[in-house]
Design a protein around this ligand. Structure first.
Ligand code: PLP
Length: 496
């Protein structure tokens, strides 16, 4: 082949031998990082702007050796990493990279490609359908469900809301919502504990924040079906159209489980779409001893489970399951001419969500399930539940602490009692909250554990979430010990 007129032939990609060598170096680097991750403070110790200040302000014009780039991962990137794979990471909900799922990312990137249509990635398409079905079977959802893998639960819930909006028969897809006198105000229902992503979905779908009703919960932070029914009836009487309900199994603050069966009854009565957010707790449905917490979710129209939370899969991997294939396609499927392919009986994944382009995420689930086996995964979840039980016991037996919510899964909400309170004196809420705020900051400052917080009925509450592939019982014990030490430091400070 001749060189392009007037110019030099551009250089190739990295030569194969150099790639092989670099890939080995990256593999060694990753193995070392995983072995030594606990030598870093869990929470990054950088100020805003510090990492940016170490990055070149403009793109390099000249090529640099690969070894220099990898060296800078250590020098520039690592100090700015909050180590989600650190065994002391107990904040939010875990998102950890098991080895097989991490390696699947590498293979997926090597293959590259885009699974928008069946013909552009037959294996990615069919493996996605199959692995979603594996997950469905593993968590004991009925065969009527099928699904796709999206990036996040936020996207999955948004997709559910759009399908529900189309199911109203108001033809919003074609006619939009603006300026339509025939359109009743559409109303969605969540609880006061539902994740903010549902409200965001309503913003994006044109429902409006004011049309998301936050139904009160009971004393265990579970949505109250009677209050739901009342709110829906009231809205219907006022000319609004209740169309969508989200029940959560494993809420973000306390991991409470909404009573899905009675909520499903209300949805049936009201002809509303029922979406179940099991983004965090979904995998626990694989355990017979926890299945009662999911009772009724098999009646949902859609369900979201995030393997990138409690199933050892690195970001991102959110499984969106639904009953009515057509309802989801009706809301978003759109095929421009250049993508019309027409293979009989083939699924085009682009029809099931907003993004056209899609990564080969299914490979992560395929590697994960094959490497650990369904049994191995269950064993790990059970261990997490067991260690969570230990933590609950330590907190309950320690007069300096108090549990602030039930712990049905692998997350514990608790608070410390200020010394005056342990001595039997009345202490105001602000003092208690202040103590807990300071305790969290003190325990996180030390560097070997990282916990986060929530507020429950006005009480500042600490949260410990077990769920990483890297957690061990001794790590949970260390978290308790660090809390006790930090509490003692604060108490000494208060005395002195
Ligand atoms: C119950 C629940 N649903 C949804 C989300 C949002 O998850 P994502 O980051 O995948 O959008 C979270 C995040 O923690 C959550 O706890």
């Amino acid at each position: 082949m001749s060189a392009p007129a007037g110019g030099r032939e551009p250089g190739p990609d990295m030569e194969p031998e150099a790639f092989r060598q670099a890939a080995r170096e990256v593999a060694d680097w990753a193995a070392r990082y995983r072995e030594q991750v606990d030598e870093h403070p869990v929470l990054a110790r950088v100020e805003p702007g510090e990492v940016a200040s170490r990055l070149a302000a403009s793109p390099p014009e000249e090529p640099e050796p690969f070894a220099d780039i990898l060296d800078d991962v250590e020098r520039v990137v690592l100090p700015g990493i909050t180590h989600w794979n650190h065994p002391g990471f107990f904040a939010y909900f875990a998102s950890s990279s098991s080895a097989p799922a991490l390696l699947a990312e590498f293979v997926a990137a090597a293959l590259g490609g885009n699974a928008m249509l069946w013909r552009t990635s037959p294996a990615a398409t069919e493996m996605e359908e199959r692995t979603v079905d594996w997950l469905r079977q593993w968590v004991h959802l009925p065969e009527a469900f099928r699904g796709v893998i999206l990036d996040t639960a936020s996207t999955s819930s948004f997709t559910a809301l759009l399908a529900a909006r189309e199911e109203t028969g108001l033809d919003v897809r074609r006619r939009g919502m603006a300026g339509r006198a025939d359109l009743p105000p559409l109303t969605a229902y969540v609880s006061d504990q539902t994740h903010s992503s549902l409200e965001k979905a309503a913003i994006a779908a044109g429902i409006g924040q004011e049309r998301v009703r936050r139904v009160p919960t009971d004393d265990r932070f579970r949505l109250r079906p009677d209050a739901l029914r009342e709110a829906m009836e009231e809205d219907r009487d006022a000319g609004r159209l209740p169309f969508f309900v989200c029940a959560t199994v494993g809420t973000t603050s306390t991991t409470s489980a909404d009573p899905v069966a009675p909520v499903a009854d209300v949805c049936e009565e009201q002809d509303a779409w029922l979406h179940v957010d099991a983004a965090y707790a979904g995998p626990a449905a694989a355990l017979p001893e926890r299945r009662d917490l999911f009772a009724g979710w098999e009646r949902a129209d859609s369900v979201v489970i995030n393997p990138h939370k409690w199933l050892f899969t690195p970001m991102d991997c959110s499984v969106f399951l639904f009953r009515d294939d057509e309802a989801v396609r009706r809301s978003l499927a759109l095929t421009p001419e250049y993508l019309s392919s027409g293979e009989e009986g083939a699924t085009n994944l682009m029809d099931y969500g907003l993004p056209l382009g899609r990564r080969f995420r299914a490979l992560k689930l395929w590697f994960l399930f094959r490497f650990f086996g369904g049994d191995g995964l269950r064993e790990r979840l059970r261990a997490h539940l067991d260690w969570t039980g230990d933590f609950v016991r330590w907190i309950e037996e320690d007069p300096r602490f108090e549990r602030t919510a039930p712990a049905p899964f692998s997350t514990v909400c608790f608070r410390t009692k200020p010394p005056e309170e342990t001595a039997g004196d009345e202490v105001g809420r602000e003092t208690v909250n202040d103590w807990n705020r300071r305790l969290l900051s003190e325990v996180n400052r030390e560097g070997s554990v990282f916990l986060s917080h929530t507020v429950l009925d006005g009480t500042y509450t600490l949260r410990l979430a077990v769920g990483s592939i890297h957690h061990r019982r001794q790590d949970v014990r260390r978290a308790y010990e660090r809390l006790v030490e930090a509490r003692e430091r604060l108490a000494r400070g208060a005395d002195g």
